[in-house]
Ligand binder design. Sequence first.
Ligand code: CP
Length: 338
Amino acid sequence: MDTLDTLDTLDTPGTPGTLHTPGTRDGQRTARHLVSVDDLTDGELRRIVRRGAEFSAGTAGRSDALEGLVAGIYFAKTSTRTRTAFSSGALRLGARIIAYGPGDLQLNTGETTEDTGRVLSGMLDVLVARTAGPEAELRGWAAQDRMAVVNAMSAEEHPTQALTDLTTLLRHFGRIEGLRILYVGEGNNTAAALALALTRFPSVHLELRTPPGYGLPAQVAARARAQAEQYGAVLRERHDMDALPAEYDVVYTTRWQTTGTSKPDPDWREVFAPFQVTARLWDGGSRAVFMHDLPAHRGEEVTAEVLDGPQSIAFAQATNKMHSAMAVLEHAAGRTAR
Ligand code: CP
């Protein structure tokens, strides 16, 4: 199915609570930072996903929402998809962009993230930043309320990947509620953001199979479980590939060597080997689609047969990074269509 007919179901709010109430000042919303999925209210999360799906489906119409704005694109680490998605997305929305590479800013000579954010906020409207370092760095950039800071991947979370993934699910299934997702691989920043986003949708069943010692960080798991309980979703995590769920709609994996990280255990490949996604997961006629945040290493986390097979929507998912980035940029600029 490839329909947006049931998009309205996304408007169903989660149970009101204290989990998602981003900062306000004197009752006025300040800069719309997106450092964590948790920075989004339920309404914002659903609007961004729906808008991304509209861009993806070609039903969004022409948007010049960023006309007259300047976006900074700072990538301290390698990126093919996210950097291009936000650059192309900003240009398509009418913004001008300034790109910074890893060697460009005075951060390298010791200027603080707070001072950097403060200075740039007088010149830029939005800053998209991949540090792959601690989230605290991005919070430093975001310690001002004029320039929205968007996390394009930190050590803890990859929130714009999760928004892309939900956009892709919505495009493919026409809904997110009730989907059964089998995530196989490291509990990395992609998994963390996905868990924090998906558990805010009723009846979602997210089953993670993570290698022993490489699971979701305890804090993320606890938070996602609390959300699952609040919103009526289910989150389970095991560290083996036994007793898999009888049915699933999606198999999701991520590469074994997450950008910006290394594994101290020299034998880590032996630990990860049983978690390779192979066609075996489709034995018995499963109709599940395959998703991957990419880049992929065929023969490691997934076989070529699966990644390049008919069940794979990984490359449509990659294209959706740009559509989702456009929705994120509209939100960050405070120029959402509705
Ligand atoms: N998935 C992802 O973030 O891809 P890039 O590292 O190429 O941006």
